[in-house]
Design a protein around this ligand. Structure first.
Ligand code: FES
Ligand code: FES
Length: 219
């Protein structure tokens, strides 16, 4: 049987023992690893390495941030964890369940849309701690204010299961706040980020344009 040579140049038989394999592999893999370790050790000698708070003290309590915001006309003061989203705050702390979570918080469906400072935003991608001082409207507030968009959605059957509807209503209301006379193209453009798994897309422009007409009449 022809003899092979190992990494040290010694002749070995065709059979490589587990010990040989591990030893030879250690020569190859170990060199850069050790190099990395020694570079890290050198760096540690010259610089202070700051550990994240959680790593430094795994038993530490989460840090809370005090915020105050206005939701549907009411002022709320809450202590929030830095990673909480606005959707979590609204649903779990304030008890407003209209912001939904269809896509799992990936910003892909629009079902969590609320209006913040006049603009429709995705509450699943907005950190609660960034909302200090904000003014937020949800579908509950829009309905409570008897905004014509609600009746227009009913008149045109612009929903089936209704899961996506609060997000559509918020986006539509924000459009009407900035454009009192939207065209069908304006409505389709504004609602382009809201998905409906029941396929009610044809009805939304009809409802929003009717609501715009009713707002103009009552102005
Ligand atoms: S939950 Fe889908 S965009 Fe926020
Ligand atoms: S009405 Fe069912 S998801 Fe839109």
């Amino acid at each position: 049987m022809p003899k092979d040579k190992n990494l040290e140049g010694k002749e070995v038989s065709g059979h490589i023992s587990r010990r040989d394999f591990l030893r030879d592999a250690g020569l190859v893999v170990g060199a850069p690893t050790l190099g990395t370790i020694s570079a890290s050790a050198a760096a540690a000698e010259t610089a202070e390495i700051a550990l994240p708070a959680a790593a430094a003290d795994p038993g530490s309590q989460p840090e809370f941030i005090q915020i105050e915001l206005t939701v549907n006309g009411d002022v709320y003061r809450r202590a929030v964890e830095p990673h909480w989203t606005l959707r979590q705050l609204l649903r779990d702390q304030i008890g407003l369940t209209s912001p939904k979570d269809w896509c799992g918080g990936y910003g892909a469906c629009g079902s969590c849309t609320v209006i913040m400072n006049g603009r429709p935003i995705l509450s699943c991608l907005t950190l609660a701690c960034e909302c200090n001082g904000a003014t937020v409207e949800t579908a509950e507030g829009i309905a409570k204010a008897k905004h014509p968009i609600i009746q227009a959605y009913i008149n045109h059957n612009a929903f089936q299961c209704g899961y996506c509807t609060p997000g559509f209503v918020c986006t539509a209301k924000a459009l009407l706040d900035r454009n009192g006379d939207p065209t069908e193209a304006d409505v389709r453009d504004a609602l382009g980020g809201n998905l409906c798994r029941c396929g009610t897309y044809q009805q939304h422009p009809l409802a929003v344009i009717e609501a715009a007409g009713n707002l103009k009449e009552s102005a």
